[in-house]
Design a protein around this ligand. Sequence first.
Ligand SMILES: [Zn+2]
Length: 167
Amino acid sequence: MPGVSGGMTAVRRRVLVRPDVIRFLDAEAGSCAGRPEAGGTLLGSRRGPDLEILGWTVPGPGDDRRPHAFTRADPRHQAAATAAWNASGGTVAFVGEWHTHPAGGVAPSAVDLRTWKRLTKANGRPMAFALVAPGEWGVFLARPGLPRPVVRRSRPIEHSGLGVVFA
Ligand SMILES: [Zn+2]
């Protein structure tokens, strides 16, 4: 059939964001305006092709927070991921990052896309990213691909007591 590629039959990966993570991102969206960028990791587990976001880390004193940039450098982010991995018996891990755009907009910058693709390539598996702006936030899924990883925005498709499913 003309125009139909193998990619169209690919599994549409979902990202489940748990309620406390939703509340955290909502709170950041409500407080990030006028402050330097903030950010951290997203911690979660993998269920087949899907990701479940269960936790996060917040900025530490070793991070570089600027009006238009956030560089995650504080060792506590890695320590939290290692602790979550150990406490969960190896099911919860570093699965992505979040950061704020205090000046507005949840569109990833060129630097964001480069960083996300680099992390996804290094990880070798799909990763989730969240961007938080005043009054809104968005979820992006990056998956390994050739010649380079592919990033696209995921939209909320289902709300339940377990959280919000993005796909
Ligand atoms: Zn950014």
